[in-house]
Write a protein of this length. Sequence first.
Length: 134
Amino acid sequence: MDLKTRIELLQTETKLSVIDIARICGITASAVRQWLGQADPPTQRIGSLKAALKLQDATGFHALWLAEGEGPRKVPTVPAPKTAEVIRIEPEWPFELVPRDRYFGLPPGERFVAQDAMLTKIEELEQRRKRDSA
């Protein structure tokens, strides 16, 4: 399977756009379009291991499979131990207007996009506060 097909499959399963993938990877949308054969010159390789690892973390698609088409498509999940009881401590949910289950109902890639948008907004507010206090 070529790189274009692997990226298209990732997009289909995660609903991520070219721009979303570029943000996750820390690269330009043009580079992602090259992976998809939509820009000159097209490419058959993800040029950065860091980009593939960032995609893996955000989507669960295995970095080696994304970069080279080898190995399992998804990162295997490790089952919880059967002999020990797992206690999950939930942190306080900070968003009054966004229900917890609505956020966690999003696929991992879309949760990353939501977090990225929140981080961008927080940075804008911090800059405005600094500017206003100066």
